[in-house]
Design a protein around this ligand. Structure first.
Ligand SMILES: NC(=O)c1ccc[n+]([C@@H]2O[C@H](COP(=O)([O-])OP(=O)(O)OC[C@H]3O[C@@H](n4cnc5c(N)ncnc54)[C@H](OP(=O)(O)O)[C@@H]3O)[C@@H](O)[C@H]2O)c1
Length: 256
C-alpha cells in the first residue's frame, strides 16, 4: 500500500503526544481526520492545525472508557465522511507502578485505560468495516512493554499484552472480510505525559519520529511493527534469555 491520501482516518487519543503528531502529519494529502480524546480544548488545537495544513478534521471529545460514546463516535465519523478507512486506537497510558505498592484497584484501572479503551472501539469498528466493500484497517498503539512483564510497568505490560492477543485473534478471523489489523509496538517516546514520570528510558525517540513510524505502519499494514530497533532487539533478546538472566538485566535497567 502507498501513501495515505484521501482517506478517512479515525484517531482515538489524538489530543497530545503520538496521536496528535500522527494527525498533524496526515493533514496534507486530502485526508479526512476524525480526532478523539477527552480534553476538548487540546483536541480543538490539533484539529485547527490539521485544517491549517489542508486536511479536513472533525474533533469529538469522548471518553474511550464509555462503550456507548465510542460507538457514537464511529457512527458520527461515518455520518460525516461515509466510512472509516483507517482507525488508530492510540489511547492509553503507563504510569510508573511497582508491584510492591499497587492496589487491586490500580491494576484494574490500568487494565481499563489500556485494554477496555481498545475493546470499546474495536467492536463498533469491526461492525462498521464488515459493511464497507473495501473493509478497513484497525491499528493499535501497543508497546514493546506489551511483549514481556516490564518492572515498574507490570499492569501496563499486562494490559497491552491482552490487547495484542485480542487483536491477533481478530486478524485471523476477519481477514476474509477485508478487515486488517496492525499492532504497533513503540519503545520509549519523548511525549509530554511521560516526560516527568521518573522511569529510565533507554533509546528514547521523539514523538515526531514515532509518528513517522506509525504512519509507515499504517501504509504497509504489517501484523506487528516494532521500533526503535535497539529497544526492539533488546526486548527480543530478553525474551529468549533464560528467565534468571533476563530478570537480572531487567532489574538493573529498572533501577537506573
Ligand atoms: N510515550 C511512550 O514512551 C510510549 C511508548 C510505547 C507506547 N506508548 C503508547 O502510545 C500511546 C500514546 O501515548 P503518548 O505517549 O503519546 O501519551 P499521551 O500524550 O498521553 O497520549 C494519549 C492520548 O490518549 C488519550 N486518552 C487517554 N485516555 C483516554 C480515554 N479514556 N478516552 C479518550 N482518549 C484518551 C489522551 O487524551 P485525553 O487525556 O485528552 O483523553 C491522549 O490524546 C499510548 O497508548 C501509549 O501507551 C507510548
Amino acid at each position: 500500500m502507498g501513501k495515505i491520501i484521501g482517506r478517512t482516518v479515525l484517531i482515538v487519543g489524538a489530543s497530545s503526544g503520538i496521536g496528535a503528531e500522527v494527525a498533524r502529519q496526515l493533514a496534507p494529502g486530502g485526508n479526512r481526520l476524525v480526532v478523539v480524546a477527552r480534553r476538548a480544548r487540546e483536541l480543538a488545537t490539533v484539529a485547527e492545525a490539521v485544517r491549517a495544513a489542508g486536511g479536513t478534521c472533525l474533533d469529538i471529545a469522548a471518553d474511550a472508557l464509555d462503550p456507548q460514546a465510542a460507538a457514537k463516535v464511529v457512527e458520527s465519523a461515518v455520518e460525516a465522511f461515509g466510512s472509516v478507512d483507517i482507525a488508530l486506537l492510540n489511547a492509553g497510558q503507563g504510569p510508573d507502578m511497582s508491584m510492591e505498592d499497587v492496589s487491586t484497584d490500580d491494576v484494574s484501572r490500568i487494565m481499563a485505560l489500556n485494554y477496555d479503551v481498545v475493546v470499546n472501539y474495536l467492536i463498533p469498528l469491526i461492525d462498521q468495516m464488515k459493511r464497507q466493500p473495501a473493509g478497513g484497517l484497525i491499528a493499535q498503539t501497543n508497546s514493546l512493554a506489551g511483549l514481556m512483564g516490564i518492572p515498574r510497568q507490570g499492569p501496563y505490560s499486562a494490559a497491552k499484552a491482552a490487547a495484542r492477543t485480542l487483536i491477533d485473534a481478530a486478524r485471523v478471523e476477519l481477514a476474509p472480510k477485508g478487515i486488517r489489523f496492525t499492532t504497533i509496538h513503540p519503545g520509549f517516546v519523548a511525549t509530554d505525559r511521560v516526560g516527568t514520570d521518573g522511569l529510565p528510558k533507554p533509546f528514547q525517540i521523539s514523538q515526531e519520529q514515532a509518528a513517522r513510524r506509525v504512519i509507515r505502519a499504517l501504509q504497509k499494514e504489517p501484523a506487528n511493527c516494532f521500533f526503535p530497533w535497539p529497544t526492539a532487539t533488546l526486548v527480543r533478546a530478553l525474551r529468549i534469555l533464560p528467565a534468571r538472566l533476563s530478570a537480572l538485566v531487567l532489574r538493573a535497567l529498572a533501577s537506573r
